[in-house]
Design a protein around this ligand. Structure first.
Ligand code: SAM
Length: 253
């Protein structure tokens, strides 16, 4: 029996077997995470920034990094993307994504167990990369951005991070004297909060940047911010690295 020919009851049983789900998908009338702590997630969030993504992705290649159960991968397929690849480090989420796409008859979306740190192993640059909700789960977030810029992003990247602290953004000077300390305490200066233990009961939350920091990290890794699509969501374009120095030193495997 293929997933596409399942009855709603069989889908419900599979959804239960594959839980817990982070993405609340609707599969043949069955909700995968109806009691999500963020509400109807991520559909609710997507509605706030969907306008920033090209409505027609015909012929474009898309890479969804940290794809989870495939919500964004499927949305990009619905926009006509030619090739859609989802990667995640967790087997359970990949299994969910494969099941959800099978139920929705979208079996041409590929899912692979690849960490963002190993993104070079795909050996391909994509027109549109989605890097949503992953940065703050990484112990080495800047390395991930550098690697994405170096090996995966051909043109656009949709980026989201949990942000904490001030939403103010002040211009950053090219340099400061050693005796100058005051700017470090200004709310609009880039800051990354390190989470030694847990935040929101989740041991995989390692970092919480303020907005200035998220923007500065993107610029420093060679991305131009084209549009702030939502409070935490930035549409970026691959750009020149400002000082021309190579960033990602991690070898392609
Ligand atoms: C908060 S969820 C975000 C899911 C989805 N991108 C979204 O925005 O709704 C974080 C996802 O990143 C994945 N992840 C965490 N570390 C990763 C890594 N090193 N490489 C790839 N995916 C990772 C997790 O398994 C999880 O599916």
């Amino acid at each position: 029996m293929t997933a596409a020919s399942m009855t709603p009851q069989e889908v419900r049983e599979q959804v239960e077997r594959l839980g817990p789900w982070f993405h609340n998908l609707e599969l043949m009338g069955v909700r995968t995470a109806p009691d999500h702590f963020l509400g109807d997630y991520p559909a609710m969030k997507f509605r706030n920034f969907a306008h920033a993504i090209p409505a027609d992705l015909s012929g474009k290649s898309v890479l969804d990094v940290g794809c989870n159960a495939g919500f964004y991968s499927m949305e990009m397929k619905r926009r006509g993307a030619g090739r859609v690849v989802g990667i995640d480090s967790e087997d359970l989420y990949l299994e969910q994504a494969r099941f959800a796409t099978a139920v929705n008859g979208m079996t041409d979306i590929e899912f692979h167990k690849i960490s963002v740190y190993d993104v070079a192993s795909l050996g391909e640059k994509f027109d549109f990369v989605i890097f949503m909700g992953v940065l703050y789960h990484l112990r080495h977030p800047l390395l991930a951005l550098d690697l994405l810029r170096e090996h995966a992003v051909g043109d656009l990247m949709l980026f989201q991070s949990m942000l904490r602290g001030s939403r103010e953004v002040e211009p950053v000077a090219a340099d400061y004297d050693f005796q100058e300390e005051e700017h470090f305490d200004r709310p609009g200066y880039p800051k990354m909060h390190f989470i030694e233990h847990r935040y929101a009961h989740d041991p995989t939350n390692w970092w919480a940047p303020n907005r200035a920091c998220a923007e500065a990290m993107l610029r420093s890794s060679g991305f131009e911010i084209v549009q702030q699509a939502e409070d935490e969501v930035f549409l970026c374009r691959r750009a020149e690295i400002m000082d021309g120095e190579p960033r990602a030193a991690y070898p392609a495997r």
